[in-house]
Design a protein around this ligand. Structure first.
Ligand code: DQQ
Length: 494
């Protein structure tokens, strides 16, 4: 029950128990959304890795299915690690994933549906040709750094391409393989992309995005009107970074645009907890959807006590910003069907140093959209030119550090006396949206241009005792132009 399990989420994907990490092979097949994930069926910590599987018609409510991929061949006997699905032109979904062999080498394997007429894809058959790609003395691949195949794409020459994350010393690599039949793969001399000093590239994701449109593009489409995105999960920092650039199909190389930087000084999908993410093209609604793993912040002991570890972020639509320089993300529309009991506020002045409670919401499980209007821009603090790192600045100038125009925003998962609270705030004006789900706060600032996800474990602000406040800790007043808050129903998940 929620009494004993205050941190179990109401509408974020999580299995009934045990450990979950990366999202794997998300896809839509015959009108059914499929979600697979890295799963330890035995414990609440990482290990014994198999794939979990759930299916849905709306990406909100899920029905669990049996384990689709577990160690059974020499090529995956020590683990079935991350991988991706490709829908072939004949409509069949093929999954490439990393297996750990008896020598603990990382190799790439193929599974195909046993019965392609089953929309639930309950049974999978491994290729007898596995492994299809493996480190050898000739190809000089690092056998402990060769994993996480992407969705494959077709070149004009009719050959498939796929990339696999790797490194040589400190140089991160997206190793490229080609194939005519999806079974026999040949390594390209040149990686699709590489960058010195970035360490191991886990879970690469490579996909096109339309210029000037929110509509998604299938990875198979070689359109002229697109830019490409290469996302890398850096093992060193455990964050997901991306660049935007161009893909030269003749040379089979990806080049980030000027100003789009590789590695940990580049752009992130999310500036909180969000890792090993993966997108897929939703052909039913012509959008690209992003899944990402939100790890716990709690101790292993606490995870063992609560019996589970790891949740998935709300699936997000993602597209290229008008500037062409960054991506924009927004929770899928379907999540709004869990909204009940709307509370609306508008044109409300929030004086400097004041707090306003937003009543009548289940503050531990809510969705809030808020926009502020700031008029006295002249009163804003002067930005010190030495403050070049926004994250550092945020940690030094927290919500309790008084300013003039802000900090203002929301205090979520707050206890009555506000001993416990999580502040989501601005010092400048933009639109903002937040999702609170018991131990998660997912926020989408500036219409989805900057996203921050946090794990929170309140001890007082749980169940009915959580409160929601708007606050202004600046000296100047700001106006809440519009606030809408909804209590969120529980989704059916496990
Ligand atoms: N998790 C998987 C690997 C991947 C890592 C193993 C990223 O395939 O590199 O569970 O979190």
């Amino acid at each position: 029950t929620t009494r004993q399990q205050p941190y179990r989420t109401g509408y974020h994907f999580q299995p009934a128990k045990n450990w979950m990490n990366d999202p794997d092979a998300p896809m839509i097949y015959k009108g059914i959304y499929h979600f697979f994930y890295q799963y330890n069926p035995k414990r609440t910590v990482w290990g014994n890795i198999v794939w979990g599987h759930s299916a849905s018609t709306d990406l909100v409510n899920w029905i669990p299915h049996k384990i689709p991929i577990y160690p059974s061949q020499p090529s995956d006997i020590n683990g079935a690690w991350s991988g991706s699905a490709t829908i072939l032109p004949n409509g069949k979904p093929y999954i490439l994933y990393t297996g750990i062999n008896p020598r603990d080498d990382q190799v790439q394997n193929l599974v195909v549906p046993k019965n392609a007429s089953d929309p639930y894809l309950r049974d999978w058959v491994k290729s007898p040709k596995n492994p299809l790609m493996a480190p050898t003395a000739q190809n000089q691949i690092n056998s402990s750094s060769f994993r996480d195949p992407t969705t494959a794409w077709l070149g004009h020459d009719g050959r498939w391409r796929v990339i696999i994350g790797s490194k040589i010393h400190r140089e991160g690599l997206a190793i490229l393989y080609r194939s005519k039949d999806f079974v026999h793969w040949t390594k390209s001399q040149r990686p699709l992309h590489s960058a010195k000093g970035t360490g191991m590239w886990e879970c690469p994701d490579f996909f096109p995005v339309y210029i000037n449109s929110q509509i998604g593009v299938d990875t198979l489409v070689l359109d002229k009107n697109v830019k490409y995105v290469l996302k890398l999960s850096l093992d060193d920092t455990k964050h997901d970074y991306y660049t935007i650039g161009t893909y030269n199909q003749t040379k089979d190389v990806y080049t980030p645009d000027k100003g789009s930087v590789d590695g940990d000084s580049g752009l992130r999908y999310d500036y909180g907890k969000f890792y090993a993410s993966k997108t897929f093209f939703d052909s039913a609604k012509n959008r690209r959807i992003l899944w990402g793993w939100i790890n716990e912040s709690s101790s292993v002991e606490d995870d063992v006590k609560k019996g589970w570890s790891g949740v998935q972020a709300i699936p997000r639509s993602l597209w290229l910003d008008k500037s062409g320089k960054q991506l924009v993300q927004w929770p899928i529309k379907e999540i709004e069907k869990l909204r009940v009991n709307p509370i609306n506020l508008s044109n409300k002045e929030l004086k400097g140093g004041s707090v306003l409670e937003v009543p009548h919401v289940t503050a531990e499980q809510a969705d809030i959209e808020i926009s502020f209007e700031v008029s006295k821009f002249g009163k804003a603090e002067v930005l010190d030119p030495r403050w070049t790192n926004p994250q550092l600045l945020c940690s030094q100038k927290g919500a309790s550090v008084r300013g003039s125009l802000g900090p203002f925003g929301l205090l979520v998962l707050a206890s009555k006396g506000m001993q416990e609270r999580t502040a989501v705030f601005f010092r400048i004006f933009k639109g903002h949206n937040k999702y609170i789900d018991r131990s998660i706060v997912e926020s989408f600032g500036g219409g989805g241009k900057s996203c921050i996800t946090a794990r929170v474990y309140p001890t007082l602000a749980i169940n009915g005792a959580a409160h929601l406040y708007a606050f202004n800790n600046g000296t100047e007043s700001v106006k809440i132009a519009r606030l809408s808050a909804w209590s969120m129903k529980k989704a059916q998940i496990s």
